[in-house]
Design a protein around this ligand. Structure first.
Ligand SMILES: *Cc1c(COP(=O)(O)O)cnc(C)c1O
Length: 394
């Protein structure tokens, strides 16, 4: 029998393959708080960052840091146990009530991260023999949630309601779950939620909406994508994350009271993990207040989006149609996209290159994200640099 390769050698050679393909990922070390004017350990001088999901500029907001300090003074650091044992504190309970009221749902459940919320909710709703209908470009955590559930995963072309309707009609699965990003994380467009909800109601399916990029940004008071369309239904399950516009960490799932009770009883990523620090829940209560009273930040963000779109008419590179702070500039070729990202870096501008498999082949892009913490002049600096680079044939 041939000797099996040493498993560590296998990993070494796989890493070398990634290196050769230019696909090995490395983390850059940030030495400032999360803000546009950033410094990195691997370069001298400041960089202007267009990469965070801190859409309202709350991540480094002093009121939030102070709320976290006050929370730590009141609660200390750890929760000591999972929520169902002894790790569920008054701060968590208050946060859930506040979030449910804020998004207009009966009840809400606070998870440690959005990834954990998605992988916890989907297997609690459907299982073997059931069917999940998923937009082709949904976030990876929704794909993983579907795989964990063991339900059949049926994908439909991006935002294609007719294709989804045909797949729903053809399915004999006893339980059906439609899942979608509210705002698509690599494209920036908004899901056709009124149409999706109509299909969910017609086919007695759940509609799970992952609003990681809409919560805090869209809808009156930043209440998210459902509020943006004015949608309500017992079929709806809403997932919002708290590490993006809310500027902290965590996520919540909101819906009918019985659905939330069921999740408390069946969602494994909720049950089998230590409760998040209660001080964080305290800070998040302040984050929800800040979101609710951030109309000025959202208005400024809209002005930044309009400025970028007005300024960035290029010949070869295409901004995708998006009215959200996610403004992807499709360059196409992997190497060219990387070269543009590096040329921007040389000018002190940090915009990440996103390549397959995160996006489809031939659709490599710069993922520009805007934050209320940016200024109009900073957006102009980016558009000027991109125009120059395109003209130069970077
Ligand atoms: C970021 C993101 C998540 C994961 O949320 P975390 O709180 O960062 O774990 C889930 N869904 C989408 C669409 C996201 O963009």
């Amino acid at each position: 029998m041939a000797e099996r390769p040493d498993p560590l050698d296998e990993i070494r050679s796989s890493l070398a393959d990634l290196d050769a393909a230019g696909l090995r990922r490395r983390r850059r070390i940030v030495t400032t708080p999360c803000r546009p004017d950033t410094r990195l350990a691997d370069r001298d001088g400041p960089v202007l960052a267009f990469c965070s999901n801190d859409y309202l500029g709350l991540a480094a907001e002093s009121a939030l840091g102070q709320a976290l300090q006050a929370g730590a003074a009141r609660w200390g650091c750890g929760s000591g146990a999972s929520h169902l044992v002894s790790g569920h504190y008054a701060a968590h309970e208050a946060l859930e009530a506040r979030l449910a009221g804020f998004v207009g749902m009966e009840d809400a459940l606070y998870f440690s991260t959005g990834y954990m919320a998605n992988i916890g909710v989907m297997p609690a709703l459907v299982g073997r023999g059931d069917a999940i209908f998923a937009d082709k470009v949904n976030h990876a955590s929704l794909v993983d949630g579907a795989l964990l559930s063991r339900a059949e995963l049926i994908r439909y072309p991006h935002c294609d309601l007719a294709a989804l309707e045909a797949r729903l009609a053809a399915s004999t699965a006893p339980r059906k779950l439609i899942v979608t990003d509210g705002v698509f994380s690599m494209d920036g467009d908004i899901a056709p939620l009124p149409g999706l909800l109509a299909l969910a109601e017609a086919h007695r399916a759940w509609l799970l909406v992952d609003d990681a990029h809409g919560f805090g940004v869209l809808g009156p008071g930043g209440r998210g994508c459902l509020a943006h369309f004015g949608l309500a239904s017992p079929r709806l399950i809403y997932m919002g994350t708290l590490g993006k516009a809310a500027g902290a960490a965590g996520a919540f799932v909101a819906g009918q009271g019985e659905v939330i009770d069921w999740l408390i009883n069946r969602s494994r990523s909720y049950i089998f993990t230590t409760g998040a620090p209660p001080a964080l829940a305290e800070a998040l209560l302040t984050a929800v207040d800040l979101i609710e009273h951030s109309d000025a930040r959202r208005t400024h963000l809209d002005a930044l989006i309009a400025r970028l779109k007005a300024g960035l008419h290029l010949k070869r590179w295409q901004l995708l149609p998006s009215d959200t702070p996610i403004q992807p500039l499709v360059i196409g070729d992997n190497h060219e996209t990387l070269a543009v990202s590096r040329a921007l870096d040389a000018e002190g501008l940090w915009v990440p290159a996103i390549r397959p498999p995160t996006v489809p082949k031939g659709a490599a892009r710069l993922r520009i994200t805007l934050s209320a913490a940016h200024s109009l002049e900073q957006v102009d600096r980016l558009t000027d640099a991109l125009k120059r680079l395109e003209a130069r044939g970077a």
